[in-house]
Design a protein around this ligand. Structure first.
Ligand code: S3P
Length: 432
């Protein structure tokens, strides 16, 4: 069963018990298609996420001349000899990763491209990619004084430069490194904290000379050669079940074949710090990315502080961490997470407002929040705001409340996790 559209009333009961696999990692899936399209040889991908955000990247690389076809349980990306100018506006849907990474790629490719997206994406900032790419000589412009999509890119010769990012961002870092593949001379990107490093790992695996020195990454212009990508399960999708299991008495959930790249596992550190039982087994590395089976068992949770370098390692998981924190004893503090305000929605505002209506004791800051627990939650009606993670986080809040929660529109869930509700049904042993 996949997600529907329109409103959905959730009335499941816990605990959550069982072993599952979650769909492929979204960040790695985008990169497999995009880097495959830039390569000299073909790329064979196993476990690609089948969800709308990744479909947007697939359509984009096809518009640039790549061919993507299924062969058995693999997808094969066949690159064009040279990327071509897209024949129409490129619609990235809800996907910030597609739009920002493509901006980097297209900056150095001859031709005119226009990148746009849905109402949520057209509210998300693009100056963060425009400014650094302009320093490399890129010709870019965007709506509202270069702040918002659509983005217009006129590909031209670029020069490698050193970038120092003010905010850790894998999308901005990747956009600069991808532009660097087509530039004259080396391109370096230094970040204040380390963001997810899938780009570095995958480009290195495809033969691109790329060096990591502390928080700085340097790429030498070259074309990737393609190869094999095996996509692990997405920890950002597993997070909903892992947090639900930690907070719902009697729960125990195992997620097999899960990506546990250290730049993504902040959630597992937080679960352990809050006292949930977290066990990793079967740890191994496949195609340059670590993976493991991860089991989380319910416990009486204790509040914790989440701030500083851990934030980029769990940024997408924070909405459901906020839900879990309502059940922990004490004051959970989240700081340094201003980036949450520019995701698919303003997630601090959305979760703050919704959890407060559900009875949580929550104080919002510009860059985070404090949640005092434990507090019983009540049923609410949720505005999902074109944001998949708000919808799924509040489906977990419903389980914790034991009351009815109405999600006003669940179409957004299909952007990253179309099988979310059926996996939740399986683990909770109940229907919606
Ligand atoms: C992503 C990077 C993260 C994350 C997003 C996916 C990526 O954003 O929030 O969902 O695939 O590069 P940042 O650019 O803020 O790191």
């Amino acid at each position: 069963m996949t997600t529907g559209t329109g409103p959905l009333t959730c009335r499941r009961k816990g605990p959550l018990r069982g072993a599952i696999e979650v769909p492929g990692d979204k960040s790695i899936s985008h990169r497999a298609l995009l880097f495959g399209a830039l390569s000299t040889g073909e790329t064979r991908v196993r476990g690609l996420l089948d969800a709308e955000d990744v479909h947007a990247t697939r359509r984009a690389v096809e518009a640039l001349g790549a061919t993507v076809r299924a062969e058995g349980d693999e997808l094969v990306v066949v690159p064009p000899a040279a990327l071509r100018e897209p024949g129409d506006v490129v619609d990235c849907g809800n996907s910030g990763t597609s739009l920002r990474l493509l901006t980097g790629v297209l900056a150095g490719v001859p031709g005119l491209s226009i990148l746009t997206g849905d109402a949520s994406l057209r509210r998300r900032p693009v100056r963060r990619v425009i400014d650094p790419l302009r320093r490399m000589g890129a010709d870019l412009s965007a709506r509202d004084g270069d702040r918002l999509p659509p983005v217009v890119v006129r590909g031209r010769p670029l020069e490698g430069v050193r970038h120092a990012l003010e905010v850790a961002s894998a999308q901005v870092k990747s956009a600069c490194l991808l532009a660097g593949l087509f530039a004259e001379g080396e391109t370096s990107v230094a970040e204040p904290e380390r963001s997810r490093d899938h780009t570095e790992r995958m480009l290195a695996g495809m033969g691109v000379p790329i060096r990591v020195d502390g928080l700085e990454v340097t790429v030498t212009p070259s074309r990737p050669r393609g190869g094999r990508v095996d996509v692990p399960g997405d920890i950002s999708s597993a997070a909903f079940f892992l947090c639900g299991a930690a907070a719902l008495p009697g729960s125990e959930v195992t997620v097999r074949n899960l990506g546990v790249n250290p730049t993504r596992t902040g959630l597992l550190d937080v679960l352990a710090a809050m006292g949930a039982g977290v066990v990793r087994t079967n740890e191994r590395e496949v195609a340059g990315e670590p993976r493991a089976d991860v089991t989380v068992r319910a416990a009486a949770l204790e509040a914790t502080e989440i701030r500083g370098a851990i934030i980029p390692r769990l940024i997408d998981e924070l909405p459901v961490v906020m839900v879990m924190a309502t059940q922990a004893r004490g004051r959970t503090l989240i700081r340094d997470a201003r980036e949450l305000r520019v995701k698919e929605s303003d997630r601090l505002a959305a979760m703050g407002e919704t959890l407060a209506r559900a009875g949580a004791k929550i104080e919002l800051f510009d860059d985070g929040c404090a949640i005092e627990g434990p507090t019983p939650l009540r049923g609410v009606t949720v505005q999902t705001r074109l944001d998949h993670r708000i919808a799924m986080s509040m489906a977990i809040a419903q389980l914790l409340s034991g009351e009815e929660v109405v999600l006003d529109d669940v179409a957004c869930v299909a952007t990253s996790f179309p099988s979310f509700f059926s996996l939740l049904d399986g683990l909770s042993g109940s229907g919606a």
